[in-house]
Design a protein around this ligand. Structure first.
Ligand code: ATP
Ligand code: MG
Length: 569
């Protein structure tokens, strides 16, 4: 590996250099540490691809560790979904599945050790007092009156906290660090609190639970993680982790921070995703409009497209908003290679081939995927009656319109050339039928009176086509950065609290339509992807499809239609 590789990002360079220098005996151990309090989204995919990717690339290993230190928000349901999603993305943690809750005993013993060493104390300040004493970065804070409580007394109180003698909030255990530090995280942070809640794995065994900052660095240390990769907001927590590991004389993983993924036209915070699900703005966690991994899977996004996307965005130290068009590009790129082609007509008008007999059955050979010779071909039946897209015909076409119009000729995909001889309208003036001749012997194409044939359109056989339901999904929000636009203040944006982002929900993010498809489409199994030619990539919905009756979710259009909208403005 070298720095000029396509994604020779800075973390790869650091690990490369560490190995060259023989640090950690040349070993690379990373971890993906989700909190089981929600479903994974594409932001997590960035972290998963990075952690598992680095381990794989350098012959190391990556742990899947559930950071289940908060009994209140965590649920077993999420543990299962997270494992499913990581495996689906194509990564394998092997035997290295861990739970922070399995370390609670050790963490508790270390907390007692900190007390004995005079590096932690039980404090009785109320949360309001705690905040007031802690102060602001520009001025030193005020020490808690309990800061010099004798170790014996703190030890006794801490044990009684765990024994259930006190109510929640009555006492906390704090690390004794530096009330004057400009870094507020170092001003005697809380490391244990009372929580009288049942934990999904440890039940009622604990009445005290470690705070994230205390627990996380210990978990990494226990597992011998060499490179602890996390997002930028943890940079300011790093001195605390170093202090704790020093105080307990434990192994120091190397923490390296990188910028989180933000994606345009969506929201990514768990809190907002939960809100959209709870309020029924979407149909569930796996709604194909959400950036959750289960939503993307249901939409038909192949895991390889997500991995390619994560590779393309790279890893940096700078916060930015990644254009969702890049994800869509990766999806098209992957599906272009892998999805079989079929024809489907979404807004049909009849096309009658006047020189084909009523009961005549014609056939043609259709290539399944021009990008994949292995995919073979299929035989399509057709006859006098066809269906084409209504907008492939214009009664009075402008010169740049190359599809059908009176006297004009087009190529019907795989079936040959047709020349329009007439059309019929209803009383309201809508075209109800187009008449054309099929070029059965090449004479129409050779006829000098036939305008040059420049377009190919898709079609289905009127007699054979099957109706299926298709759901046309579009972006969930109408603006690039819904959370950012909605936040009135920077603090609000940072705290992720504005509810106003819901004003920007796209009212047209889902349209249900009926499509007429060639019969072989009904054989597609649930979850299978297909390209409906000239229309887009679709996937047979894994939940709602029935044998022989698939329901289709649109995964992506064939081109970036939003870019076109933007340039038309
Ligand atoms: P919370 O909203 O609870 O803070 P979180 O997004 O931090 O959620 P975790 O379950 O703690 O969720 O995340 C697991 C891992 O995924 C962490 O290491 C975190 O840094 C990483 N991660 C989360 N969101 C993103 C993102 N948008 N881009 C990159 N990595 C992310
Ligand atoms: Mg988190």
């Amino acid at each position: 590996m070298n720095a000029t590789a396509p994604s020779g990002h800075f973390i790869r360079q650091i690990i490369d250099a560490d190995r060259a220098a023989g640090r950690h005996g040349g070993r690379v151990i990373t971890r993906f540490p989700p909190e089981p309090n929600g479903y994974l989204h594409i932001g997590h995919a960035k972290s998963i691809c990075l952690n598992f990717g680095m381990a794989r690339e350098f012959g190391g290993r990556c742990h899947l560790r559930f950071d289940d230190t908060n009994p209140i928000t965590e649920e077993a349901e999420y543990v299962g979904s997270i494992q499913r999603d990581v495996a689906w993305l194509g990564f394998d943690w092997g035997e290295h599945l861990y739970f922070a809750s399995d370390y609670f005993d050790r963490m508790y013993r270390w907390a007692e050790e900190l007390i004995r060493r005079g590096k932690a104390y039980v404090c009785t300040l109320t949360p309001e007092e705690f905040k007031a004493y802690r102060g602001v970065p520009s001025r030193p804070g005020k020490p808690s009156p309990w800061r010099d409580r004798p170790a014996e007394e703190s030890l006794d109180l801490f044990r009684r906290m765990q024994a259930g003698a006190f109510e929640e909030g009555a006492y906390v255990l704090r690390a004794r660090i530096d009330m004057a530090s400009p870094n507020l995280h170092m001003r005697d942070p809380v490391i244990y609190r009372i929580r009288k809640a049942s934990h999904h794995r440890t039940g009622d065994r604990w009445n005290v639970y470690p705070m994230y900052d205390y627990a996380h660095c210990l978990e990494d240390s226990i597992e011998g993680v060499t490179h602890s990769l996390c997002t930028l907001e943890f940079e300011v927590h790093r001195p605390l982790y170093d202090w704790l590991l020093d105080a307990l004389e434990l192994f120091h993983p190397q923490q390296i921070e990188f910028a989180r993924l933000n994606l345009s036209y969506t929201v990514m915070s768990k809190r907002k995703l939960l809100e959209l699900v709870r309020e029924g703005k979407v149909a569930g966690w796996d709604d194909p409009r959400l950036p959750t991994l289960c939503g993307l899977r249901r939409r038909g996004v192949p895991p390889a497209a997500i991995r390619a996307f994560c590779d393309r965005i790279g890893v940096t130290k700078y916060e930015s908003l990644t254009d969702v068009a890049l994800l869509e590009h990766c999806i098209r790129d992957e599906l272009n290679r892998t999805a079989p082609r079929r024809m489907a007509v979404f807004n049909p008008v009849r096309l009658v081939l006047t020189n084909v007999g009523e009961d005549e059955v014609l056939t043609c050979e259709a290539i399944n995927n021009p990008e994949d010779p292995e995919a073979g071909s299929r035989t399509l039946r057709f006859g006098r009656d066809l269906l084409i897209e209504a907008d492939d015909f214009l009664e009075d076409p402008p010169s740049k319109f190359y599809r059908l119009g009176p006297g004009r000729a087009v190529r019907l995909r795989y079936a040959g050339v047709v020349r329009c001889t007439g059309f019929t309208k209803d009383e309201a003036g809508a075209v109800t039928e187009i008449q054309a001749e099929l070029d059965r012997d090449g004479s129409i194409e050779a006829d000098p009176a036939t305008p040059r044939i420049r377009a190919t359109i898709h079609w289905v056989s009127g007699r054979d086509a099957v109706e299926v339901e298709a759901r046309l999904y579009d972006r969930l929000f109408t603006v690039e950065d819904p959370a950012g636009e909605a936040a009135e203040t920077e603090a609000e944006a940072e705290a992720d609290t504005s509810a106003d982002y819901k004003r920007f929900l796209n009212p047209d993010s889902l349209r249900r339509v009926t499509a007429r498809v060639e019969p072989s489409v009904t054989d597609l199994p649930p979850g299978a992807s297909v390209q409906f030619e000239r229309t887009g990539y679709f996937c047979a919905d894994p939940e709602d499809s029935r044998p022989g009756r698939p329901v289709f979710n649109r995964t992506a259009t064939l081109r970036d239609t939003w870019a076109r909208k933007a340039t038309q403005k």
